[in-house]
Design a protein around this ligand. Structure first.
Ligand code: ATP
Length: 514
């Protein structure tokens, strides 16, 4: 793990050094769990959003977009269940005075047992060589079987206690497992208490007439309350979806791991409305489609896994997480939930307005069921960064830091570099820049040696650098350098544009089965 922690630390400082992410209000010593995206960060973030939007909205005739307000009528949150049930169980260590999520303490304990199983497997794989069969080993090896049994037992106890709201049982579990505070090393715990994660604020000039409002903890409810508006104005027929990208706010108890858990973050959500009884078919469809979307970016497939939920949220009848192997372990990246008709029905009851759909195919009206896909934009950003940050040993003994970001998502696509600042090269380079900048995000740079400039662009993930030199002025050829191979080739300006266009062809990425 130490090695992973080291890499993670490097990624965090790389983000700051190269203008991807800054701590919020840094000059005032920062604000925990809030971050600002710098010039390269905002480009990468926009590109991720755009990639998601294109695949979700533009490529589906039956999915449309929405941008709803962050402030919503307070009854929304009563109806959705957030006022009563959007809680996390918290626990404090009396010696270190540190606060934890009780369920996360138990989950971390389970992760340690899982790590032991992985070690057992690695050892056995070494011993048995090619003959090693992982499935057989994990289902027959006594020690592994015992460990797996223990995990199941702990999971069961945790899930049952949480669904019953039995916080005493959660504390008992923590005590029995002898889970200690990583800071004080003691198990001197307070009782477990529920903590509501919504931020409350007020609207109105005077305190008397003011109304309590909440900052939305998810974008989904903005979609639900607009269901009829959109269905009618866009003449949508079931099954259809509504997609939205926007900010969400949660007063997380323990905000850790950089942008993985923030108090202000962005979600990319799509709610898909279906006929009752067809929700599991569509749930399976979106489960498949979403993992294919992730794979389309070319990230190592072993780094993704599904985690099907045993403990379902109050609104769901099936749920899974797509987990990604971050440097700190496999963690949730995206949630796919079959939310039944819970939300629309609840809004119908609380608003007193009918929310029904007349289905001409079966000549009947009903409250639609919903399948949701919910991806954290910031977690997707972290996925890209932690996966693509590479320290590469070069043949000449040097090392280089390179962000091997999928080309389509790179903040800057082309660096335009005059070899020197004289002899008409900057003028020619700027002319080339003018021709390219509306098609690709380009950056002009003339400071420092060409080698240093290449390294700088490797470090921010620019896939192509073009160098303008004396020969360019004579025959309109440039040196085109590829980030990953570092191969430099002399090409004519026309050919260069064709090569770059081919590599940035969105269709090549988005041709996954969706
Ligand atoms: P977790 O179990 O990690 O708290 P969750 O199950 O509460 O997450 P959902 O309510 O399913 O998360 O939200 C959908 C997605 O929003 C998550 O998969 C995640 O990518 C993102 N997300 C949720 N909370 C945060 C947060 N505090 N910071 C950044 N992203 C978040």
């Amino acid at each position: 793990m130490a090695n992973y922690e080291e890499i993670f630390k490097k990624v965090v400082s790389h983000c700051k050094e190269y203008g991807f992410i800054f701590q919020s209000s840094e000059i005032y010593d920062g604000l925990a769990a809030a971050y600002d995206y710098g010039p390269n960060g905002v480009e990468l973030k926009n590109n991720i959003k755009d990639y998601w939007w294109k695949s979700m909205v533009n490529m589906h005739e039956n999915i449309v977009g929405l941008d709803s307000a962050i402030f919503m009528h307070p009854k929304t949150w009563k109806a959705s269940g957030h006022i009563d049930a959007f809680n996390d169980p918290l626990i404090d260590n009396k010696d270190s005075k540190k606060r934890y999520r009780a369920d996360v303490l138990v989950e971390d304990y389970i992760a340690k047992i899982e790590a032991k199983i992985t070690k057992d497997c690695d050892k056995a794989a070494k011993r048995f060589g090619e003959k090693f069969n992982k499935e057989e080993f994990t289902s027959t090896n006594g020690r592994v079987v015992e460990r797996k049994k223990k995990i199941d037992l702990i999971n069961k106890r945790l899930n049952t206690s949480l669904s019953l709201g039995d916080l005493k049982a959660v504390k008992l579990l923590i005590e029995e497992l002898e889970i200690k505070c990583p800071i004080s090393g003691t198990n001197n715990w307070t009782d477990v208490r529920q903590f509501n994660l919504m931020f409350k604020t007020q609207v109105g000039a005077t305190t008397d007439g003011a109304t309590d409002l909440y900052l939305r903890p998810e974008t989904a409810q903005g979609i639900f309350v607009n269901f009829l508006n959109i269905q009618k104005t866009s003449r949508m027929k079931i099954p259809f979806g509504i997609a939205q990208v926007g900010k969400a706010f949660r007063n997380e108890i323990v905000a850790r791991q950089f942008i993985f858990r923030m108090r202000e973050f962005e979600q990319m959500e799509m709610q898909f409305f279906v006929r009752p009884g067809e929700e599991i078919k569509w749930y399976n469809y979106w489960r498949e489609s979403r993992i294919n979307w992730h794979k389309s970016l070319g990230i190592d497939e072993d780094k993704y896994r599904f985690h099907d939920h045993e403990k379902l949220a109050h609104y769901a009848n099936a749920a899974t997480d797509i987990e990604f192997k971050f440097p700190f372990g496999f963690k949730e990246l995206e949630g796919i939930h079959s939310r039944t008709d819970f939300d629309l029905k609840a809004h119908q009851e609380h608003s007193g307005k009918k929310i029904k759909y007349f289905d001409p195919e079966i000549n009947d009206s009903y409250v639609p069921y919903v399948v949701e896909t919910s991806l954290g934009l910031d977690r997707m950003f972290l996925t890209i960064l932690t996966n693509c940050f590479i320290e590469e040993q070069l043949k000449n003994g040097d090392t280089r830091v390179v962000l091997k970001i999928p080309y389509i998502l790179s903040p800057i696509k082309i660096a335009i570099l005059p070899l020197t600042k004289k002899d008409g090269m900057p003028e020619k380079a700027r002319k080339i820049m003018q021709e390219l900048q509306l098609k690709f995000n380009c950056q002009y740079e003339e400071k420092d040696s060409i080698g240093k400039r290449y390294r700088r662009h490797d470090a921010i993930g620019t896939p192509f650098c073009i160098t303008i030199d004396h020969i360019t002025l004579e025959d309109n050829t440039v040196t085109l350098r590829n980030r990953d191979t570092m191969i430099q080739e002399r090409v004519s300006l026309n050919k260069m544009e064709a090569i770059i266009s081919e590599n940035l062809n969105l269709a090549k990425y988005l041709q996954f089965k969706s």
